[in-house]
Design a protein around this ligand. Structure first.
Ligand code: KG4
Ligand code: ZN
Length: 359
């Protein structure tokens, strides 16, 4: 079964053709990073317009690179949430038009369910064995940080989540604070490389839960960089407003490297240890790490050290937002559910009933 996937929930316009939920025939990703970079983050209105400009070309490219024609497609799958409403609408409208024109089903896919399915994707034949279930999956992206018990396709239990910032969001905010370019994850990773004394920073362990919190860490970074830049003890000056300094200008490259590395270690430490704990407590057969932050080298390394079970980490091409994971998830969903598909910007994993598609 050949499914065309379409993903436009945030700042990547992507289309892909995937066979039987696993074999990636093509995966085209058009990134909008350059359009948003001057603003230091994703601007929703710009994202929608960029999707409108790119989508037809991206879909054409995905079909031709797969070496198939539109008539070979069995279904069109599209992300309908969570994400930016305007951005989601562009993908959904395009997908609906295409499915109607071709007379094939339209399958709505939860973006997070897509991320989970990134570890089923491959370009290898014969296909490698599928991931073992039940699985403990860490979803770490710009908008989400969740620990999900995956009992089966479509059977999920969110056992922990961030109480404030998502891990990727924390990377993006701290990068901005350090004067590093957007997106922050890759910038912090690169800036950390020359560190010789990573700055020790707090870890919010939130014992007894599988939840995360990154806002305290972000504030700790802010205080430390202001101290480094001004020589003033921020804690002693509690209650007074922080001096207005351009941190990026005031810190040396070495100080930025040490701060970036300290931040990265703190985030990775909490993510890896909580995931390992949840995997033990729920006696799962495997562990997965998916989403944009799964591209982080230190996280990949620490996970391999901490996890003694089969470990599946999204390949780089399928870690950040892409449509192959959407086509993959669609294959495993129940396509019979009735109802008119509409965008759901705040869709969560547990509120999702797989197969919200309509032909
Ligand atoms: O999954 P994704 O592409 O989009 C969302 O669904 O949010 O994730 C994007 C996030 C951004 O916050 C970005 O900074 C982060 O993933 N990211 C990374 C790395 N590459 C991307 N974070 C840490 N290290 C990386 N190498
Ligand atoms: Zn995502």
């Amino acid at each position: 079964m050949l499914i065309l996937g379409i993903e436009t929930s945030c700042d990547e316009t992507s289309a892909a053709v995937v066979a039987d939920g696993r074999l990636v025939k093509s995966n085209i990703v058009s990134s909008q990073i350059a359009a948003h970079a001057p603003f230091g983050g994703v601007v929703p209105e710009i994202a929608s317009r960029q999707h409108v400009k790119a989508i037809a070309y991206v879909v054409e490219a995905a079909i031709s690179e797969a070496g198939v024609t539109k008539d070979d497609l069995d279904a069109v799958a599209v992300t309908y949430g969570p994400g930016l409403a305007g951005a989601l609408l562009v993908g959904l409208s395009f997908a609906r038009g295409m499915a109607a024109g071709l007379g094939i089903p339209l399958i709505g896919v939860n973006h997070l369910e897509g991320h989970l399915h990134s570890v089923w994707l491959t370009t290898e034949t014969p296909l490698p064995s599928p991931p073992l279930l039940p699985m403990m999956a860490l979803i770490v992206s710009g908008g989400h940080t969740e620990l999900v018990l995956v009992r089966d396709h479509g059977d999920y239990e969110v056992v922990g989540r961030t109480l404030d910032d998502a891990a990727g969001e924390a990377f993006d905010k701290v990068a901005r604070l350090l004067g590093l370019p957007y997106p922050g994850g890759p910038s912090i990773q690169a800036a950390s490389a020359p560190a010789d004394a990573p700055v020790p920073l707090p870890r919010a362990k939130l014992p007894g839960t599988y939840d995360f919190s990154f806002s305290g860490l972000k504030t700790a970074v802010l205080h430390r960089v202001v101290e480094m830049a001004t020589g003033r003890d921020v804690n002693a000056a509690r209650g007074q407003s922080l001096p207005d300094v351009d941190v990026a200008e005031s810190l040396s490259e070495q100080q930025i490297a040490d701060m970036a590395a300290g931040f990265q270690e703190s985030v990775v430490d909490v993510l890896a240890s909580k995931t390992a704990q949840a995997a033990r407590d729920f006696a799962v057969r495997s562990v997965a790490v998916v989403g944009g932050v799964a591209a982080n080298r230190l996280l990949r390394l620490r996970m391999r050290e901490e996890i003694n079970l089969p470990l599946y980490i999204s390949e780089l091409a399928y870690a950040t937002d892409n449509a192959a994971m959407i086509a993959g998830a669609a294959y495993y969903s129940n396509r019979q559910a009735p109802g008119l598909l509409d965008v759901e910007p705040s869709l969560s994993l547990q509120s999702h009933r797989t197969g919200a598609g309509v032909a």
